[in-house]
Design a protein around this ligand. Structure first.
Ligand SMILES: C[S@@+](CC[C@H](N)C(=O)[O-])C[C@H]1O[C@@H](n2cnc3c(N)ncnc32)[C@H](O)[C@@H]1O
Length: 269
């Protein structure tokens, strides 16, 4: 395929058809992928009130998050627009009671309106042409009192990692986003904490928790070589991922957003 062929959907989003192998090997195999999963394993129970609620996993990809919630007793619906990713998820999730739905986030108000007590949308908004519109859609699917576990690729961390790698011209021009060409895995819409704050407020969502995922790991000169050092790195990441200033430079930002329950006065007027 030519380098210049765009692989974007008609809406301008990067569905992961043609990327499943690359995604699986770059994001989930190896130390960084393991670290991300190990941190989520610790942070999700700390950051969310989990009571076995039904969960909608938006852009669920290969199904790792669905698998995690399903193993903890949640009835999960995984929605994913890419047929290739969904087929992989079906294989990974064989034997588990989960519903799989081939659908984009934008189609969910018609196909899975809920309202849902718990929604996960991890590492998806940065692949969309209109992440702000997507936040409004996610908010509309959330029940009063419902929680949204949102994880986004952090634009500020992308700048730092470009500088650290010596890509000074690109960083100075602030040309950080990918273009959705070929099999590149640089997101087309990396996001800032400020955008999440603004868009949450626009949609009546409250930020309850925030953490940085991989606040140190991506900037190491030498990756840890022993199990003991890998454990130390995980302990450091966990210790500092919710503390200022470190969380702000996590490669991903992980949020718990909540739709508040209307107060008594609001419901009775
Ligand atoms: C980086 S992967 C993340 C997968 C999974 N959530 C995870 O954390 O491993 C991004 C996923 O978003 C999906 N995606 C792209 N555009 C989407 C859209 N408009 N609606 C829902 N999912 C979308 C892609 O097909 C891909 O599976």
């Amino acid at each position: 395929m030519s380098e210049f062929v765009s692989l974007l959907s008609p809406a301008g989003d990067r569905h992961f058809d043609g990327l499943a192998d690359k995604f699986a090997s770059s994001l989930y195999v190896g130390a960084r992928g393991e670290l991300r999963l190990a941190l989520l394993d610790r942070l999700l129970p700390e950051m969310l009130d989990l009571e076995g609620q039904p969960l909608l996993d938006v852009g669920g990809g290969l199904g790792q998050l669905t698998s995690w919630f399903s193993a903890r007793g949640h009835a999960v619906t995984l929605a994913e627009p890419s047929g290739e990713m969904l087929a992989r998820a079906r294989e990974q999730l064989a034997g588990r009671e989960v519903s799989l739905l081939q659908a984009s986030l934008q189609a969910l108000p018609q196909l899975a309106p809920g309202p849902w007590p718990l929604i996960a949308c991890h590492a998806v908004l940065e692949w969309l042409a209109d992440p702000r519109g997507a936040m409004a859609t996610l908010a509309s699917l959330l029940a009063p009192g419902g929680q949204l576990s949102l994880m986004v690729f952090n634009r500020d961390a992308l700048r730092l990692s470009n500088v650290v790698k010596g890509n000074l011209k690109k960083a100075l021009a602030d040309r950080l986003e990918g273009k959705g060409l070929r099999k590149r895995l640089t997101p087309i819409s990396p996001l800032t904490h400020g955008q999440i704050e603004t868009w949450s407020a626009e949609n009546g969502l409250v930020i309850r928790e925030v953490a940085g995922i991989r606040v140190f790991a991506d900037y190491l000169r030498r990756p840890p070589e022993s199990d003991v050092d890998r454990e130390r790195l995980l302990a450091l990441e966990h210790c500092y991922c919710r503390l200022d200033p470190h969380w702000r430079l996590g490669r991903y930002l992980l949020y718990t957003l909540e739709r508040p329950t209307p107060s008594h006065e609001e419901t009775s007027t």
